[in-house]
Design a protein around this ligand. Structure first.
Ligand code: NAD
Length: 390
């Protein structure tokens, strides 16, 4: 915060969730900014909606801060990003923001420049989303079809990220597990993405290794492992903000919004099925300028070898199976449900929604970076498999 303290800040708004508003952490952080009046918006609930962003915006317009601090998990940080954008540019169209693009740098709709009125500092308290360093803000539009949109633009990236593991100590085990598996999904999807590069590969592989080494220990309360998972979350964020994600996230966004499954848990349940699907040579290839040929199967195998799940000469398909098996084992030791049915979603409810979920997942921004270009019918089959489990 030293750099911030050098600037004159008259008014600060802290965007957080009820947990940190009530336990005094939000106020304690506000007190670190000398001479500033501090307002706390502690209303953020998981999977923030456009209505919540609008509610926070009203407060922003009242207190007109030069500094916004997001304290919380991905939900608080994403809500703060949305509030920041509409505070700086109230006339921005949400319909424009959610437009899909192939290449983020060549899109039709331009995100406005942020930072003229306020800076954004993000302090993550879960070890999961990496939102503190990413270009994403995942906002649900409840009024128009209850669709969860991953808005994406580098202009949404916070000015400062403070990665301090002290905030992870209060995390309940279940949130440690869900968010830790979110980190794994980010890193794996970034590694097999059509936009993966030399710059993102190292970050993604290291984050994957860290999750396999530390998640179980972090789940069991080991403080060093909590710190390592906090770092892994941010490292995976750096990878996927550049390499983007894939079909797993597209499906998890729509599943989470419709069936109220926490984001990381939804990702983890789908992960084994999406890996097996992506690791099968496709008939319909994904296209991206630097993605010359399909290599996803080899990349999954490389992950398995790097983490020591198989030997260097294990054939690709066996190595992919080792990775899937290891993910299921990690889910089991962290007591996660392995299928959608075990999350308490009734078969009748799920099957009545699966067609719509599949269309919505196909249309999600994350699908464009997936190494296989999916058919809607294939997405539906993946949902069905993940519903019943193996
Ligand atoms: P979250 O922010 O929704 O928080 C989940 C729960 O954990 C909340 O009840 C919160 O109060 C509680 N909590 C958070 N930190 C805690 C702590 N230290 N101690 C005790 N309780 C704590 O969870 P999340 O998984 O971090 O965020 C999920 C959201 O982020 C989803 O909407 C998801 O789509 C989005 N997301 C965003 C990005 C991005 O790059 N912007 C990436 C992935 C996911």
């Amino acid at each position: 915060l030293d750099a911030l303290q050098e600037e004159t800040v008259h008014s600060v708004l802290i965007v957080s969730d009820p947990f940190f508003a009530k336990n005094g952490e939000a106020a304690r952080i506000g007190a670190l900014i000398p001479g500033a009046s501090v307002t706390i918006f502690g209303e953020v609930t998981p999977d923030p909606t456009l209505e919540l962003v609008t509610q926070g915006l009203a407060l922003l317009q009242q207190c007109r801060p030069e500094l916004l601090i997001a304290l919380g998990g991905g939900s608080a940080i994403d809500a703060a990003k949305g509030m920041w954008l509409f505070y700086e540019h109230p006339d921005t169209s949400f319909d424009g923001l959610r437009q899909r693009f192939l290449d983020i740098r060549k899109r039709a709709f331009k995100f406005p420049k942020l930072g003229q009125k306020a800076k954004l500092v993000a302090i993550p308290t879960t070890s999961g989303t990496g939102s503190e360093v990413t270009s994403f803000s995942v906002i649900t539009d409840k009024q128009n079809g209850n669709i969860k949109y991953p808005l994406a633009d580098y202009r949404l990236t916070p000015d400062v990220a403070i990665i301090d593991p002290q905030f992870t100590r209060s995390m309940p085990k279940s949130i440690v597990a869900d968010t830790g598996l979110d980190v794994l999904t980010h890193a794996i999807e970034a590694y097999v993405s059509v936009m993966a590069s030399d710059y993102t590969d190292g970050l993604a592989l290291h984050a994957i290794e860290m999750v396999f080494t530390y998640l179980e220990k972090s789940y069991n309360g080991d403080p060093l492992a909590r710190e390592k998972m906090h770092n892994a979350s941010c490292i995976a964020g750096m990878a996927f903000t550049n390499a983007f994600l894939g079909l797993n996230h597209s499906m998890a966004h729509k599943l989470g919004a419709e069936c109220h499954i926490p984001h990381g848990r939804a990702n983890a349940i789908l992960l084994p099925y999406v890996i097996k699907y992506n690791a099968t040579k496709p008939t319909k290839f994904a296209s991206f300028p630097k993605y010359k040929e399909y290599v996803a199967d080899e990349r999954y195998a490389k992950i398995a070898r790097r983490v020591g799940l198989c030997s260097a000469d294990t054939p690709i398909s066996e190595a992919v199976d080792c990775l899937v098996k290891a993910i299921r084992e990690l889910m089991t030791v962290t007591e996660r449900p392995l299928c959608i049915k075990d999350c308490g979603v009734s078969e009748a409810e799920f099957m009545s929604k699966v067609d719509e979920l599949s269309y919505k997942a196909f249309e999600d921004q994350c699908t464009t970076a997936n190494p296989v270009y999916p058919l809607v019918s294939e997405i539906k089959e993946l949902y069905r498999e993940a519903y019943y489990g193996e």
